[in-house]
Ligand binder design. Sequence first.
Ligand SMILES: [Zn+2]
Length: 154
Amino acid sequence: MSSLNGQGWLSQGIRGTTHRGRMEYAYDLAVSIGSPVYAMRAGKVIAVQDKFPDTGGGRENASRFNYVWIEHSQGYRSIYVHLQQGFREKVSVKAGDQVLAGQLIGYSGNSGWSSGPHLHIEVQRPGHQRVFTSSVPFAIAGVCGDQQVARATR
Ligand SMILES: [Zn+2]
């Protein structure tokens, strides 16, 4: 399942400028603010944050991002970052909720360390509930057209 149901284009792939260390296998998908975001797999919501404005910004805003964090089977998690401020007024999502693959979980925005509206997604290794662990490689089904997938994997 895709996180944007086919919308958006890949603006940063693995090991990109800001995808280093723990975030090595993250993807950034450029998409307009307010675009619906869908769970990539079924799972349980671990944490939700919705309190920062969609101003974008640099490193000084690195911890000021809105997100939905979901745990899947075998302890792997996915996280959806830079969500639009106020997305919880449009979709009901809270820690403890069970979500299905393809379920609407939020709206893309420009909160946090971001040079323009986009969705940052990563899949993380199993680990401590409150810690963002290392990202792992994953494939996105149906998000990008063939050209963009080629760009991602080069
Ligand atoms: Zn990113």
